[in-house]
Design a protein around this ligand. Sequence first.
Ligand SMILES: *Cc1c(COP(=O)(O)O)cnc(C)c1O
Length: 386
Amino acid sequence: MPVIYPELPPSPNIRPTIALIDLARLTQNLRTIKSLVGDTMVMVIVKANAYGHGAVECSKALETAGADWFGVAMVEEGIELRHSGISKPILCLGGIWPGDENRVLKYGITPVILTKETAENLNRTAAEQQRIVDIHIKLDTGMGRVGVPVSGLPAFIESIRHLKNLRIDGVMTHFAAANDPVEDAFTAHQIRLFNEGVAVLNANGIFPTFQDMANSPAFVRHPDSHGNMIRPGGSLYGFGDILPAGEMPSGIRPVMSLHTKIAFVKTILAGNSIGYGRTFVTKRDSVIATIPVGYNDGFPRCLSNKGSVLINDLAAPIVGRVSMDWTIVDVTEIPDVNVGDDVILMGENDGGSVYAEDIAELCGTISYEITCGISLRIPRIYIKYS
Ligand SMILES: *Cc1c(COP(=O)(O)O)cnc(C)c1O
């Protein structure tokens, strides 16, 4: 399907380098996800500024489209959502820090509890305010990062049982390799351990309302990980590398595209070097265009002499080093290139596509790091078209 981006909408910057965030695709991705999991609740993960897409605007669109919960990494991120009017429950996945207790209560943010100490601190503040606060318990079933190991759960329950101002209303875990078919037995083991953990809670008279495990690859590949809520992040934003090739549900499409315009065009005769370090030397008389984007924008320096951008429906290879504010591309093969022509740095047009996962592959990383890394110097422009 041809994709036509609109005339670049107004931006707070005059420099024409922007990220377009397609909210219609975002909400369509949510609808696709919901259609795959039936009545299971969906906690949309909007930590890290919605993986670089802009937490406030994305969350507003997702709330309207039926998100049940929001997941953030830090209390500050939850407060930002409350200030923007988000009223659905917010889970702080990253636990809380000493000093967070009052604002967790004030803003109605539900913390994941990782340690007895944070539970005690929160209970003290809740008791002072004569309130009962809901918490979710994180079980470590094999990620090995944070959380209560299932083997230590009985002792953990004993150690927090006397904290009368806390109510355990959720239990969750996180998968280490749900995307990887080679690790399916390990994922199955994590699911079994989680269910054991739930049974331990139940045997102690604790019946959490919310039982959730699944990140994006898990809800697609491991239906028995759905519990009664899933926690998709990358799939909401349309990343193509959350799953093995061919397993992406149809209807999931990328939300962010990156755009700029050509700032400078020149002819360079054969045998001349281009950019820092003189890493590229023209083999022929070349038409070279310079575009206003660089690694300070989060356009990765590892694309030097590797990636390409789309200009007038054709791919223009990046030549020389990506620098802090500029990138240089070879447009010799592209007819009639002029200053001011549109450039797609990430996105698609009739001539092809460059997705976050393509950039990531060239840089030895994942799509997540690419969109998270698009710096705040690049304005996010929100559009409701699709
Ligand atoms: C980030 C995160 C998710 C979302 O994972 P995706 O792979 O982006 O879907 C889910 N749960 C927890 C605890 C997370 O930290």
